[in-house]
Write a protein that binds this ligand. Structure first.
Ligand code: BGP
Length: 477
């Protein structure tokens, strides 16, 4: 089946990974500004000594990013040249409210996003805005303890109302929390869910999720009251999961994995109520639903202001095996596990599985019956610049082509897919490694892991490929 005419082809980025200018024009520090780059990033963040301070012994690539703050016109012009219909980016909360708990917004921060939005609309590109992408004003983590504190609901509500009120006439697509379910593995890093005290206590993670669900419902309310035509989506990391074999024990474990990881957050945000399996999930971690602070008013709000569509990232699939097979293990986007012998993997061990995307789209639509938007997908790779200056990233083209074909398959299956915005459409700082050398872009940025480079932008081979895909509305792959 052909792609619908309204299909939103585009690309995706996040403020903390590309803007730079971390202390410019009144911006406050965000949690990502104190999370160092480098291969030990994840270990440092999870360690007991991790402190919310900038430490001179480390590097902080997010401070400079790719300096989108000063290059946005040039970058959006390149997106327009590829024919983008949509550009997904995030607003840095601490640009608007430097501490997070102020009443008056920082007008300079709002002015920057106004410029970005105007620049997109100039080319007919729909802005798709994530309200919170792996960041939180540092002050809210350090002084309030992060999302486990219910006061954050009110601060986020005010932030969401402020930006939706300001930009809602021009921006029709909003996403609430990036990969909200990722906190299952990385509560520190994923949006500063849990800061310091009690970080390893699962009950805190579930309380923080509840608080984010309520905050997200307030964003839906603000958007629909501003204009009923505005559509708000939740955002989850979706990794299609297979049971290792036909052993019912593995089948049940895979089902439980899906409930706990892939579905729990979406069940609440889309269906507006906690799923039946919630209690058994909590009991697994040693608490009950009664231990969570959830008021009847909040539950009513979740019911009334559920999201309009689901957006999700898809990079890989995973395998569930609980009978102790000694198979080769692999890494992955927060989800390591048993290696799937039928799949190839990226240099970082992420198992490449385009068919899994079609399966995921079918599964999500069967379960939720709302439109789906793939807002992240792509191949992280170490690109090399040839002596003639060209970047021949055929491996990336192969990856993306096979995933676009999978979307076509899902369209044939009757799944309403709204759009496709591959991740890191311009090279930016990697979330997991905090380095530049794990690249996803159609556009190369001259910057290395040590922060050396001219920041010059150049077009990779995939740039021309994607341009032709969009121009043919997915017919010419
Ligand atoms: C997702 C995040 C993004 C992005 C992407 C690629 O989980 O939402 O922020 O970075 O993964 O991950 P990485 O940069 O670690 O390769």
């Amino acid at each position: 089946m052909s792609f619908p005419k309204s299909f939103l082809w585009g690309g995706a980025t996040a403020a903390n990974q590309l803007e730079g200018a971390y202390d410019v024009d009144g911006r406050g520090l965000s949690i990502d500004d104190v999370i160092p780059g480098g291969k030990d990033r994840m270990k440092i963040v999870q360690g007991p000594d991790f402190d919310w301070k900038i430490d001179p012994q480390y590097t902080y690539p997010n401070h400079e990013g790719i300096d989108f703050y000063h290059h946005y016109k040039e970058d959006i012009a390149l997106f327009a040249e590829m024919g983008f219909k949509a550009y997904r980016f995030s607003i840095s909360w601490s640009r608007i409210f430097p501490q997070g708990d102020e009443v008056q917004p920082n007008e300079k921060g709002l002015a920057f996003y106004q410029n970005v939005i105007d620049e997109c609309l100039k080319y007919g590109i729909e802005p798709v805005i994530t309200l919170s992408h792996y960041e939180l004003p540092l002050y809210l983590a350090a002084h309030y303890g992060g999302w486990k504190n219910k006061q954050l609901i009110g601060f986020f509500k005010h932030y969401a109302e402020t930006v939706i009120d300001r930009f809602g006439d021009q921006v029709k697509y909003w996403l609430t929390f990036n990969e909200i379910n990722s906190a299952a593995g990385f509560p520190f890093m994923g949006q500063g869910m849990i800061a310091k005290t009690g970080a390893n206590d699962k009950k805190n993670v579930f309380q923080a999720w509840h608080n984010q669900f309520v905050a997200s419902a307030y964003a839906v309310k603000a958007a629909h009251e501003k204009d009923p035509a505005i559509q708000v989506g939740n955002m989850i990391i979706y990794a299609t999961n297979y049971a290792y074999d036909a052993n019912p024990v593995n089948q049940l474990a895979a089902l439980k994995f899906n409930q706990g990881f892939n579905y729990y957050c979406a069940d609440v945000q889309v269906r507006g109520e906690y799923p039946a399996y919630s209690e058994s999930l909590y009991q697994q971690y040693g608490f009950t639903g009664a231990d969570l602070d959830r008021t009847p008013e909040e539950l009513a709000l979740l019911k009334k202001y559920h999201v309009d569509f689901i957006s999700f990232s898809y990079y890989m699939s995973s395998v569930t095996e609980v009978t102790g097979k000694d198979d080769e293990k692999t890494a992955g986007n927060m989800l390591g596990g048993v290696k799937n012998p039928f799949l190839k993997e990226s240099e970082w061990g992420w198992q490449i599985d385009p068919v899994g995307l079609r399966i995921g789209l079918d599964q999500l639509y069967d379960r939720y019956r709302v439109p789906l938007f793939i807002v992240e997908n792509g191949l992280g790779a170490k690109d090399t610049v040839a002596p003639d200056g060209k970047i021949n990233d055929d491996y990336r083209i192969d990856y993306l082509k096979s995933h676009v074909e999978a979307i076509q398959g899902a369209l044939d299956d009757g799944v309403p897919v709204m759009g496709y915005t591959p991740w890191g459409c311009i090279d930016l700082v990697s979330a997991s490694t905090g380095e530049m050398s794990k690249r996803y872009g159609f556009i190369y940025v001259d910057m290395d892991d040590q922060g050396h480079g001219t920041l010059a932008r150049s077009k990779k081979k995939s740039f021309y490929w994607y341009k032709q895909v969009i121009a043919s509305n997915g017919d010419d792959l």
